[in-house]
Design a protein around this ligand. Structure first.
Ligand code: AMP
Length: 369
C-alpha cells in the first residue's frame, strides 16, 4: 500500500501487465498502419510514459508529438478541459493516432476531436492504455484499448493524484473503505475468548463474530445450517470448512459498516485463515493481529465442566467431548499460530488470572498495534 497526500492506494496493475497490454496495442496498430509513417500524438501530462514505452516498441518509423490538456483536479473528473498546448505542426493528410493513458468520461477526447476537426488529417484513431467503460459518456469510437478497468481512481504510470504518483512504474487503485481494526481472538475452548470479546467489542467499537455462537443460534432455530453443524459439534469435531467459511462471509457482509471485527472461534484451519485473508482483502483491509489466550489444558477442562453446569451446552457437559475439543484445537487449530507468526501478527497473552487483569493484558496488545 502507498500513501499520496491524504489518500491510500493499493497495488492494482503490475508493470508486467502494462507492458503486455502495450505490446498487444503496438502489434495491432503496426499491423493496421502498414507502411505509412504515423504521427503518434500523446496527451500530456499523463501519457508521457505510455508514449515513451509505446514508441520504443513500435517496429517501424513513426513521428511523435504532444498536446497538453488539463482534464481534472484532484480525484474528480471535470467537465472543464483546458487546452494548454495545442498542435504545433501541420498534419494535413497524415495518419494520426492519439495515445492516451486513460479514457474515463471522454471529456478530453471531446476536446481532442475539436482540435482535429479542421486539420484535414487522413485518419484519426484513438488508442488508450486504460479505459473505464462505466464512466465513458461519449460516442467517439475507441480504436485500440489496452486494459478495461472499473470506475475507480488510479495512479502510477503517468497518472497522478494532485501531482504525485506519475513516476511509479505500476498502477495503484484508491482505497475507498475506512480503516478497520480486525482481530482474531485465539485460544483453546474455555480460554475465555467469548468473555473477553464482550469487553473488547465495547471498548474498541468492534463487531464480535463467534462462529460457535452463530452455529448454536442456527441449531436453536433449527435451520438447515444448524442441523448440519449439530452433527459435528455434538462430537466436539470441526464443522467442514466450506460451510463455516460461507457462514462467516455472510456474517461479515451483514455488518458492512463495521469499524472492525473480533473473530472468535475463526479461523480454525489454514483454509479458513486463507479465506479470511481473502475476505479482508476484498474490503481493502486485513487482519491486524491474532491475540491468543494461553491456558493450561487441565484448567480448561475444569472451567468447561463448571460452565457446562449452567451453559446448557452439550459439548460442555461431558469430559471426553471437552478433551476431544481441546485435542481438535491442538491438532488442527494451533498450527495457525505459525500462520500469523510468519506475518508478525501473533501475540500470546497469559489467560490465567482475573477477567479484568486479562482484559488489561489484551488491551495493551491492541493499543500497541
Ligand atoms: P466454540 O463455541 O468456538 O467452542 O465452538 C463450538 C463448536 O462449533 C466447535 O467445537 C465446532 O464444532 C464448531 N465450530 C465453531 N467455529 C468453528 C470453525 N471456525 N470451524 C469449524 N467448526 C467450528
Amino acid at each position: 500500500m502507498i500513501k499520496l497526500h491524504d489518500k491510500y492506494f493499493k497495488p492494482f496493475i503490475s508493470a508486467k501487465a502494462i507492458d503486455d497490454a502495450l505490446t498487444k496495442m503496438v502489434n495491432e496498430i503496426a499491423n493496421d498502419v502498414g507502411d505509412e509513417i504515423p504521427v503518434f500524438v500523446g496527451i500530456l501530462n499523463g501519457s508521457f510514459m505510455v508514449v515513451s514505452d509505446f514508441v520504443k516498441k513500435y517496429p517501424k518509423p513513426c513521428e511523435v508529438t504532444f498536446i497538453k490538456l488539463a482534464s481534472y483536479e484532484g480525484v474528480k473528473s471535470s467537465e472543464d478541459i483546458q487546452r494548454l498546448i495545442g498542435l504545433t505542426q501541420d498534419l494535413t493528410g497524415r495518419t494520426v493516432i492519439i495515445l492516451e493513458d486513460i479514457i474515463d468520461t471522454g471529456n478530453t477526447l471531446h476536446e481532442v476531436h475539436r482540435i482535429f476537426k479542421n486539420e484535414n488529417v487522413k485518419t484519426l484513431k484513438i488508442a488508450t492504455l486504460f479505459y473505464k467503460p462505466e464512466a465513458y459518456k461519449k460516442d467517439f469510437k475507441l480504436h485500440y484499448v489496452g486494459i478495461e478497468i472499473p470506475n475507480k481512481f488510479i495512479v502510477g504510470y503517468g497518472l497522478d493524484y494532485d501531482g504525485l504518483g506519475r513516476d511509479i512504474p505500476e498502477v495503484y487503485q484508491i482505497k475507498e473503505t475506512q480503516h478497520m481494526t480486525n482481530l482474531v481472538l485465539f485460544g483453546p475452548p474455555g480460554a475465555g475468548k467469548g468473555t473477553q470479546a464482550n469487553f473488547l467489542k465495547e471498548k474498541y467499537n468492534l463487531v464480535h463474530i463467534s462462529t460457535g455462537d452463530v452455529f448454536r443460534y442456527n441449531i436453536k432455530n433449527e435451520t438447515a445450517l444448524g442441523m448440519l453443524a449439530k452433527s459435528y459439534m455434538d462430537k466436539g469435531e470441526l464443522v467442514p470448512d466450506q460451510v463455516t467459511i460461507d457462514m462467516l462471509n455472510a456474517e461479515v457482509e451483514k455488518n458492512a459498516d463495521a469499524q472492525g471485527f473480533i473473530f472468535d472461534g475463526f479461523p480454525r484451519t489454514n483454509a479458513q485463515a486463507d479465506a479470511l485473508d481473502e475476505l479482508m482483502d476484498s474490503k481493502d483491509s486485513q487482519i491486524n493481529a491474532m491475540i491468543a489466550l494461553e491456558v493450561d489444558d487441565e484448567v480448561l477442562v475444569k472451567r468447561l465442566l463448571e460452565r457446562g453446569k449452567t451453559s446448557g451446552r452439550a459439548d460442555d457437559a461431558d469430559e471426553s467431548i471437552i478433551r476431544n475439543r481441546i485435542k481438535e484445537y491442538y491438532s488442527k487449530t494451533a498450527i495457525l499460530k505459525d500462520y500469523y507468526s510468519a506475518q508478525d501478527k501473533y501475540f500470546g497473552v497469559d489467560g490465567l488470572g482475573s477477567i479484568e487483569d486479562i482484559t488489561v493484558r489484551l488491551s495493551t496488545v491492541i493499543d500497541s498495534l
